[in-house]
Design a protein around this ligand. Structure first.
Ligand SMILES: *Cc1c(COP(=O)(O)O)cnc(C)c1O
Length: 373
């Protein structure tokens, strides 16, 4: 099956007798046992598994071409479970512009349990030199947040594999429609399904998808089951519902992001635009090799500083000034003020999540906003 068909059908288990076309939401927390004490349907208790979660995990595994998937209550819960699966004293190599929520998890929660270095993953020699005897994992996030930096997944995975180190890729910005890290050699894919997969800014969730259901995967599953970082049945239903239109939504996000990039690149008050689908992007060649399109996220530097950037975002009518991304509505934000005082994000950077509104309305809105500075 091709990806549009998978997105619609792989998350829909229809085994009930009433011929419903859509899988119902199963709210039951517990499932009846057989006379011999066994669980004939495979379901026992909803912290362990639930039909809606199972359907979501099926479609996620198929979209990413993985052997198994686990759905979580948030992207951060998925990331935390990966960190918890490592032996104390393990060393991780992470990107220097890693998603701030996960970087803060490492710094605030795992500082006494794990060792980590935040480095530029585009410097492959530095990556090789950073591997230590206790290195267990290289964390990749591409395109990255908020600079849209591209990391060569296949090159990193090859370096990691040689050193018996695992590679995890946060694929939130690209989605499996545009990029499939497992096919490029990664061992595990992470998602914040809150973003494009859910797609409507109305359900939080996360996911891990594994290339192989190996011992490490079983450990991850055990931590999740014992810790209970699971999404509820309604959340799973909503995410499955969002995924059905993901392939078509991504086409629209890409088209609008591309048009906004061209507009911004030609605007006199814009210093620079970062969009992986544009030839001006420093890692355009790598993006072209591993992604089928540049995605729906871009960022740009206005001429000036925080004051000018805030003036632009405060003068828009269609774009909502809000964090997060991947919904049908366009969002915009001054990223440095979200990330806090220790951020390395330039003060004049504006991050854009290109939604699915008409592109002419979006361009007119940004044009008016830029006229305010
Ligand atoms: C949002 C996000 C996360 C965290 O996901 P939550 O669902 O908010 O917990 C992780 N990585 C990236 C790239 C994100 O954009």
């Amino acid at each position: 099956m091709k990806i549009e068909t998978i997105a619609i059908h792989a998350g829909n288990q229809l085994d009930q007798g009433n011929k419903a076309v859509i899988q119902p939401i199963t709210l039951s927390t517990t499932f009846e046992r057989a006379e011999d004490g066994s669980y004939p349907t495979g379901y026992s208790y909803s912290r362990s598994n639930n039909p809606n979660r199972n359907s979501l995990e099926n479609v996620l595994a198929k979209l990413e071409n993985g052997a198994a998937a686990a759905a979580f209550s948030s992207g951060n819960a998925a990331g935390m479970t990966v960190f918890q699966s490592l032996e104390p004293g393990s060393h991780l190599i992470c990107p220097d512009d890693m998603y701030h929520g996960l970087r803060n998890q490492l710094k605030n929660i795992f500082a006494n349990k794990l060792e980590f270095d935040f480095i530029d993953l585009n410097d492959l020699e530095l990556v090789k030199a950073s591997i230590k005897p206790n290195t267990k994992l290289i964390w990749v996030e591409t395109p990255s947040n908020p600079l849209l930096k591209i990391t060569d997944i296949a090159a990193i995975a090859a370096i990691a594999k040689k050193a018996s180190v695992k590679t995890v890729c946060d694929n939130t910005f690209a989605t499996p429609i545009l990029q499939r890290p497992l096919d490029l050699g990664a061992d595990l894919v992470m998602h914040s399904t809150t973003k494009y997969l859910g797609g409507h800014s109305d359900v939080l969730g996360g996911a891990l998808i594994a290339r192989e259901a190996d011992e490490w995967w079983l450990k991850i599953k055990q931590i999740q089951e014992m810790g209970g970082s699971i999404p509820g049945p309604f959340d799973c239903y909503m995410t499955v519902r969002g995924i059905k239109t993901l392939p078509y939504r991504m086409k629209g996000h890409v088209e609008n992001a591309m048009r906004l990039t061209v507009f911004l690149e030609n605007h006199p008050k814009v210093e620079r635009v970062f969009y992986p689908g544009a030839a001006s992007h420093p890692q355009f060649a790598i993006a072209k090799k591993q992604m089928s399109a540049g995605g729906g996220m871009l960022s740009f530097l206005v001429k000036g500083g925080a004051k000018e950037a805030l003036a632009v975002v405060n003068n828009l009518k269609i774009f909502t000034q809000a964090t997060s991304l991947g919904g049908v509505e366009s969002l915009i934000e001054h990223r440095a003020s979200v990330e806090g005082p220790d951020t390395k994000t330039p003060q004049n950077l504006i991050r854009v999540s290109a939604g699915l509104e008409n592109i002419e309305d979006l361009i007119a809105d940004l044009n008016a906003g830029l006229a305010a500075i």
